[in-house]
Ligand binder design. Sequence first.
Ligand code: AMP
Ligand code: ZN
Ligand code: ZN
Length: 403
Amino acid sequence: MTMTRIVSLILTLVFLAAAPLRAGEDGDRQPVTILISIDGFRADYLDRGLTPNLSRLAAEGAHGKLRPSFPTKTFPNHYAIVTGKRPDTNGIVGNRMIDPRRPDQIFSLGDAKQSLDRFWWDEAEPAWVTAEKAGVRSATMFWPGSEVDIHGARPPDWLRFDQHVSGAQRVNTVLDWMRRPAAIRPAFVTLYFDIVDTAGHRFGPDSAEVNAAIAEVDSRLGELVAGLDALGQPVRLLVVADHGMRAVDAARVIQLADLIDLPSIIAVETGPYAAIEPAAATDDRVFAALLKPHDHMDCRRREDLPARLHYGRNPRVAAIICIAEPGWSIIAGEPEWPIAGGAHGYDNQDPDMLALFVAANTGLKGDIGIVDNIEVYPLLMTLIGVAPLPSDATGALAKRIAH
Ligand code: AMP
Ligand code: ZN
Ligand code: ZN
């Protein structure tokens, strides 16, 4: 045997030995990172004995409680989780918001014309955009912001939000993505479920309907894990929620009309917190009426909010922010629907606003305690192997990955 043939034989053996580690071959799958949000899944729902799949993932991996960012609403918190920036810096300061540069327009999650306009989202860059720039392919099975060309880009695979797409269809879509050839298979996936939040609003956090929704989403997670297993697809799972849920009722209501004539204010948002703009910026009567002490509600100028809320510097935050005592609701005139069931949006110190966190196969182990939800971002970026952008997070959670 010549020297050349010996060298070639050694190289072939080395190549074959290394083959199972190479990316992109069938039967040789690189791990996918899946970020799952169960909207409104309060942290303690995990203790209800209704979630065999989630509880197993938590027991084998890690679990904890995410402290949402204020305001404890869906859009600000979903964006905080994928940017590492709190609402004040990520630009999504509410489910409904205004901007002095766009007078007379209100961003609202139900208004596609505004909510799909990148103007509102461009103050931060979500994980899937940064991943794409780094050559890591993403796919989003719903996530607030994923339908918008933020910084000029959407995920290569994304879907327009539609509540009628069933949980099973969402899971099957993710599994289909993972059946693709390696070159077009995503390495980072988001998956979003809304039924726990919807049931929480309609029936309250302690209802049979919420329990049924919790159990149903857990079954879908079981199908996801089994489906990935059948494909031989390794997965790193982060299961989070955006906020919790608290019971509300018509007996605990603060009526703004009792304090000020309603035409004098623009109530950008009402409910557990209210974002209020005087209709005429110089109308001191509005400030005088609202900034005095009230029962069951604390109103401040946006620049005077407690520092721990990290809220009020963004020009999109309304001039006056009122935060109701947990369980109370602020209304302006007749509410759109009866005050009953559950709500969220309270101070993020309210224990009922704490949200789910479960991580499986990520290197995190055990009970991680209470963690600010912006800390999920550096962890997520570490898992997908992309350098995180500067954010409000400390990186403390990512550092806990056991090496
Ligand atoms: P909320 O409870 O008002 O903070 O918001 C929760 C609701 O947001 C869910 O029930 C969904 O209907 C809605 N939602 C979630 N994701 C999206 C999205 N990407 N686009 C529009 N609406 C969404
Ligand atoms: Zn939500
Ligand atoms: Zn909700």
